[in-house]
Design a binder for this molecule. Structure first.
Ligand code: NAP
Ligand code: ZN
Length: 348
């Protein structure tokens, strides 16, 4: 018999989120029941509930940056125990059999991974996310949060952390590499911290200099405003790697011009509209324009262990559930420093 739990959900794409209840399935043999303590607010939550990426089934409780405590485990569970500090990110299942799943890249499951919210689950129901008090997840998609990272600052690592860690690692951010991060929001601020911890020389490219002091404190060496036209001429041909975290469309060819020979611009921002690319911006410097989607489960664990080792967590503003709609407006206005995290005890 499913359990009814408190949640915050969007009734439709045009209405504010409201307090409500959702159903959680019974704990099956391979499942873990998690008492959610904190849930981060990702810009993807806003894109999704507002229908930017296509129609959804409502009511929809978003949230894919989940940190909590295991309170029950199924009979076959071996990876987690009652009392463990754990996290759940953007996916809660995948086929487990295709070559991408076998390679530990479940996010690229050839049958499609099961998103933490708004996706069709194995039983045909629509998944509901972390803006709630409890969640039931198959053990393979539950990740251990190391001691030393508090749960509130750990929650955003489950999406913002892994989404930036994965391309930084894949494209070789490290000593001797010049890395630029475009957009200092939730993903961007984690990208700065992670790239700096990997040893890269980090530059922030933000719309203005308003957050410059923060950017430098987080680990950047340089900070430029993209509203200043000189930025694009001064920095032409500078970077080995650019991670674009911006949630809106950008004149991407201008940013490609900032890459050194063989440099790569990796897009993790996911605006609804296409990003126009001028072929000459790529040809001129043998440059690459790439994309990256979150990270696999194994890599997410690696990222959390890396964060624990380097004493990294997100910079968070913890809010009560009744402030979620206000937080959405602030995220949309680029007024987030640098992740809103819901204290789910306020849902009770
Ligand atoms: P966020 O906290 O809102 O940060 C986005 C930042 O982009 C803003 O803080 C702002 O930084 C900049 N920005 C916003 N609008 C802009 C505009 N019109 N022009 C120029 N810059 C602008 O969002 P987030 O949670 O980090 O998510 C960022 C994007 O990544 C979203 O599209 C989200 O859906 C996507 N995402 C993708 C993945 C993936 O797997 N690829 C995973 C998670 C999220 P400044 O004020 O510094 O300019
Ligand atoms: Zn996210």
């Amino acid at each position: 018999m499913p359990t009814t739990v408190n949640a915050y959900a969007a009734p439709s794409e045009s209405e504010d989120l409201i307090a409500t209840t959702i159903e959680r399935r019974d704990v099956g043999p391979d499942d873990v029941l998690i008492d959610i303590k904190f849930a981060g607010i990702c810009h993807s939550d806003i894109h999704t509930v507002r229908g930017d990426w296509g129609p959804q089934t409502y009511p929809l409780a978003p949230g894919h940056e989940i940190a909590g405590i295991v309170t029950e485990v199924g009979s076959n569970v071996t990876k987690h125990s009652v009392g463990d500090r754990v996290g759940v990110g953007c996916m809660v299942n995948s086929c487990g059999e295709c070559k991408n799943c076998e390679a530990g890249e479940e996010q690229y499951c050839l049958k499609g991974n099961t998103g933490t919210y708004g996706a069709k689950d194995r039983d045909g129901s629509i998944t509901q996310g972390g803006y709630s008090t409890h969640i039931v997840v198959t053990e393979d998609f539950v990740i251990r949060i190391p001691e030393g990272i508090d749960l509130d600052v750990a929650a955003p690592l489950l999406c913002a952390g892994i989404t930036t860690f994965s391309p930084l690692k894949r494209w070789g951010a490290g000593p001797g590499k010049k890395v630029a991060i475009v957009g200092l929001g939730g993903l961007g601020h984690m990208a700065v911290k992670l790239a700096a911890a990997m040893g890269a020389e980090v530059t922030v490219l933000s719309q203005s200099l308003k957050k410059q002091e923060d950017g430098l404190r987080l680990g950047a060496k340089h900070y430029y405003a993209t509203s200043d036209e000189n930025t694009f001429s001064d920095l032409a041909g500078s970077f080995d790697l650019i991670i674009n975290t911006v949630s809106a469309t950008l004149p991407i060819s201008d940013y490609l011009g900032l890459l050194a020979l063989d440099g790569a611009l990796v897009n993790v921002g996911a605006p609804a509209e296409p990003l126009p690319v001028n072929a000459f911006a790529l040809i001129g410097g043998r440059r690459s324009f790439a994309g990256s989607l979150i990270g696999g489960i194994r890599e997410t664990q690696e990222m959390l262990d890396f964060c624990a080792e380097h004493h990294l967590g997100a910079e968070v503003e913890v809010i009560s559930a009744d402030k979620i709609n206000e937080a959405y407006e602030r995220v949309l206005a680029s007024d987030v420093r640098y992740r809103f995290v819901i204290d789910t005890s306020t849902l009770n």
